[in-house]
Design a protein around this ligand. Sequence first.
Ligand code: HEM
Length: 438
Amino acid sequence: MTSNLKKAGGLPFTFRILQYRVVAVFGTETRKIFFNNPSLDFEEGYRMFVGGPKMEDIDIKTDVIDSISDTIKRLNLLMKKERISDTLPVFLDDINNKMLKWGNQGSINPFKQVYDLVFQMTIRMATCHELSQDPEMIEKLSKIYRDIESSATPMRLLLPWIPSPSKKLVGRATMELYLLFLKYVQANRAAGAETNDPIDILIRNGDDDNDIVELMIGIVFAGFVNTGVNACWALLYLGTHPQWREKATSELNSLIAKHTTTSPTGELFHKQLALVPLDAWESELPTLELVIRETIRLSLNVTAPRRNLGEDIVVQNALVKKGDFLVYNLADTHLNPDIYSNPNEFDPGRFENGREEDKKAYFGYLGWGAGRHPCAGMRIAKLEIKLILAMLLLGYDYTLVDANGQPTDILPKPNRNDIQQSRPLGKPVYMKFQRLRD
Ligand code: HEM
């Protein structure tokens, strides 16, 4: 897709996948149509192109959650401000407990260890206390999601009815997920628990077991593919841009100074961070906001799919018939030199007042979606990334090293041909760290 984009020189091109026509489109006018036109269906697009776990793969029927708007209504129930505020200190306990296992100094692969921190928070945010407290079960879950991700082969996505090894693998993995989550839903229902855990909230909402399981599977998948990987990229970019790292660190220090009265020596560091209210995490970290925005601009250059369920339309002079698929590679916006100067450079300042490069074009930034399908998980995803950055920038010193332990500033590149997530391509980079405070 990425190389064809270059070859096509900004013109649409069409290809076939079996009986389906797929039209790849580019440009500002197209973006308007792609993200705004109600006939271009989001779910049908993703059903075809993205290999996430689906209940239909294991023949489980759900009653309520049969559309993206149902999913979003339920997500909003779980993302209420009070619930996020209550969960914030628990997130920090979770992060700290996992970080303690790293020891006081050493080297970690961010795309494994930092990724795991985010996975833990995602489970906490989407399921229940009992599961979030069980490291073995969480490791098992993480392995199942990795299996599902690795089974998104072209064969399985494009010829889903063929019983390929990856189809069998995803079927087995989705069934395992289903049974695992179902056990917790049934136990919570039987206990009649009145807590603020997502499972209990959804039970009180009148949802049946399968609907709850389906939502949990989907939320964890969204966190798994997006939030973890962006937290890792942000740490790598900050590791190679000392001026932004210093700015972010000093902003976090000011946040703590303003909101906590405890002496830094008298309180465990992560407990001190937990005293900062949610509002402050959300509105008083402009530098971190810029860093996250820029990280996502550079990393999230995957291809977004839609399917035309309405009348035939013309996009960029290309006919998109009813039933055709439409795909748009986000790099057309995010790495476009007409919108972003030196688009491959990490430069969070490009979003600051006075520059605001993203405002140069309609839908000039797509990191959190645009138009009809803005990201419903942005609030929680941003908070999780900020907590990881706070713990690592203030609680640790780290430098980037290569596989031989030598300092490096050569970063891998986000894989733009992976439709699910921006995993690193190239030589891996590690974080050599020293823990600075308890
Ligand atoms: C850094 C993390 C994340 C990034 C960068 C991100 C990005 C995006 C983008 C670009 C879209 C639009 C896709 C399109 O138009 O084709 C989207 C939609 C969506 N995201 Fe996220 N996402 C993140 C985390 C999450 C999380 C954690 C959740 C769940 C809790 C979530 C739930 C959703 C949902 C439900 C939609 C569809 C919304 C709709 O159809 O109206 N996202 N996200």
